[in-house]
Design a protein around this ligand. Structure first.
Ligand SMILES: C[S@@+](CC[C@H](N)C(=O)[O-])C[C@H]1O[C@@H](n2cnc3c(N)ncnc32)[C@H](O)[C@@H]1O
Length: 201
């Protein structure tokens, strides 16, 4: 995601992302549904799923079609507008909200992660993990794509598996860890599909 030239530099602020959506600089945007999300949505018992930092929201339709009750949030107005336009009858599933403040309307069974943790600078990781843990009840799943790497500049900000373990193991146990067959170039060879289950408190 090496940016050409932008006015905004702080990815913790909505304007950073809005500027990139408005200028169509979105190298993280798959514009389709990853194979492992499709399989997960089809094979798991449907429940409620929260998608933090949904961007243009292409993930929403897949679990919804499999019977999931989907809520997708993003704090960028441009992202929310784009997602709602693309989603038609599912538009109201997308809510403009800050992940760290959002109170889900219903208990959450699954949080879907893709390019949200790695969108934020490393200093935010403790807060993200704590929020994931607070939102999921025991047995709830954190499922999605985790970006690994050690380049100091981002986004995307890669993490080391040992650091991810240190963040998550106090709250979760890892159930799955697989390579990703259909990565975008920006993530290729550096992301893995993982599923983490919330431990009993
Ligand atoms: C790299 S993009 C990924 C978008 C989408 N998940 C995808 O895979 O295409 C990161 C997204 O997270 C959103 N975001 C960052 N911080 C956020 C926050 N605190 N609350 C809600 N959304 C946030 C940004 O607006 C942006 O749309």
């Amino acid at each position: 995601m090496s940016a050409p030239s932008f006015d905004t530099r702080d990815p913790t602020l909505p304007d950073f992302w809005t500027e990139r959506f408005e200028r169509a600089f979105t190298p993280w945007d798959r514009g389709g549904v990853p194979q492992q999300l499709q399989a997960f949505a089809a094979q798991s018992t449907p429940g409620t799923v929260l998608i933090p930092g949904c961007g243009t929201g292409y993930e929403v339709a897949c679990p919804a079609a499999a019977g999931w009750d989907v809520t997708a949030i993003d704090f960028s107005e441009a992202a929310v507008e784009t997602a709602r336009q693309a989603l038609g009858p599912l538009a109201q599933r997308v809510v403009q909200a800050d992940f760290f403040e959002f109170a889900p309307p219903r208990p959450v069974d699954v949080i879907y992660e893709r390019a949200f943790l790695c969108a934020l600078p490393p200093r935010m990781r403790d807060a993200v993990a704590a929020r994931w843990a607070a939102l999921l009840p025991p047995g709830g799943l954190l499922a999605g794509f985790f970006f690994f790497g050690d380049a100091p500049k981002g986004p995307p900000f890669g993490i080391a598996q040992a650091e991810l373990d240190a963040l998550l193991l106090p709250h979760f146990e890892r159930l799955a860890d697989e390579p990703v067959p259909d990565s975008l170039p920006v993530f290729a060879g550096k992301e893995r599909w993982q599923v983490w289950r919330r431990r009993a408190v």
